[in-house]
Design a protein around this ligand. Structure first.
Ligand SMILES: [Fe+2]
Ligand SMILES: [Fe+2]
Length: 227
């Protein structure tokens, strides 16, 4: 899925019925033991450092880390293509993950750029908890994602399914509990303009990010099943 397809799907998910149907198609998706262990570790670490309840600071940290697997998969796919280009079927498979990774890391980059501005605006951008820890964690996570993808792309995609499922749940909770407040807050961001999104309020922005995450979740499971 490229950016144009992603944005078209995102628009269709503004309809509550369509969103529910899309979400249900991969609710309860069964992952393997390795992704389950790693996914539980990731979510537990996040809750320990940032608390169970979502906040601007927690979203910023989540988004720093969310880009990493997509970047790793793209690099790994390109590397494997150096060896597998003569196998057309394999080249198509690798290019599909690469295309998905490219569009998704750009999307996650937009999330982290905007959330870092919001976290700063609302005083939730402590240097150690919201900048240093996510940065250091990203180095280890990049290496782990890359290695996991090389040895078991299915496990890598399934681990991301769990991460994105958690992100979607956190955004959903925040939107439900802070709807009024979010609706009253306008959002201004040069990066959003540059990316091509034009939400009028933080509410519209949060809803679009929430639905980005369900697309990432479902696409990860879909790609895992195709492998
Ligand atoms: Fe995100
Ligand atoms: Fe995501």
């Amino acid at each position: 899925m490229d950016k144009v397809q992603h944005e078209a799907l995102l628009s269709s998910l503004e309809d509550a019925g369509q969103l529910e149907e899309y979400k249900q198609s991969y609710d309860g998706y069964q992952v393997g033991l390795i992704p389950k262990i790693l996914g539980t570790f990731l979510v537990t670490c996040g809750n320990l450092v940032y608390g169970h309840e979502p906040s601007y600071g927690k979203f910023k940290a989540v988004e720093v880390i969310a880009r990493i697997p997509y970047q790793s998969w793209e690099v790994a796919s390109y590397m494997l293509l150096t060896m597998c280009y003569s196998n057309e079927k394999k080249a198509i498979e690798l290019s599909k993950t690469s295309r998905f990774g490219r569009a998704s890391q750009d999307n996650e980059t937009m999330h982290v750029v905007v959330f870092s501005q919001l976290a700063k605006k609302y005083g939730q951008d402590g240097f150690i908890r919201h900048t240093l820890i996510p940065l250091l964690f990203s180095f280890g996570y990049a290496a782990a994602s890359f290695i996991l993808y090389l040895f078991s792309p299915k496990s890598a995609l399934q681990l991301n399914y769990l991460f994105e499922d958690h992100a979607f749940a956190q955004y959903t909770r925040y939107v439900e509990t802070h709807a009024e407040e979010l609706r009253s807050r306008p959002i201004l961001s040069d990066f959003l303009e540059f990316y091509g999104r034009h939400p009028k309020s933080e509410y519209e922005f949060f809803v679009s990010v929430k639905n980005d995450e369900i697309i990432h979740r479902n696409m990860s499971a879909h790609r895992a099943d195709e492998l």
